[in-house]
Every structure is written in structure tokens, then in C-alpha cells.
Design a protein around this ligand. Structure first.
Ligand SMILES: [Zn+2]
Length: 69
């Protein structure tokens, strides 16, 4: 039987407020972590699959593939 892969508190994500503050001293550090969770192999546009994107001032990525609005 295959063992399920479950995230582990304190290893895959902070388990306490002190760990949260240690892992993410600034908001940008948390955004980097979320980017890594979402795109572990690098950004890929969900609309067209392009591997290039701009990071906007609001922390959202915009496609550079030319096929998306
Ligand atoms: Zn796109």
C-alpha cells in the first residue's frame, strides 16, 4: 500500500507563531514560499502554459507569453 504524503507541521509549514515569524520575517518571504508551493519548477501560466511571467507590485504574476490578456 502506498504511503500518503502529508505536509508536516514545523517542516513543511510553520506550526507556531514564533516559527511563522522566523520563516517569514517580511511579507515578501511568504510570497516567495507561496510561489514555490504553487510553482516548484518555476512559474507556468495557467492560461497558456508560458514559463515566463512578470511579478507585479501587488505580488501577482502576469503572463509574458503573449496569449493571455
Ligand atoms: Zn499565459
Amino acid at each position: 500500500m502506498a504511503e500518503s504524503i502529508r505536509p508536516v507541521a514545523g517542516v513543511d509549514y510553520p506550526s507556531r507563531l514564533a516559527e511563522l515569524r522566523s520563516w517569514f520575517p517580511a511579507d515578501a518571504d511568504c510570497v516567495d514560499y507561496l510561489d514555490w508551493l504553487r510553482w516548484p519548477d518555476g512559474f507556468a501560466c495557467p492560461g497558456c502554459g508560458a514559463g515566463r511571467g512578470w511579478l507585479g507590485g501587488d505580488g501577482r504574476r502576469r503572463c509574458q507569453g503573449g496569449g493571455c490578456p
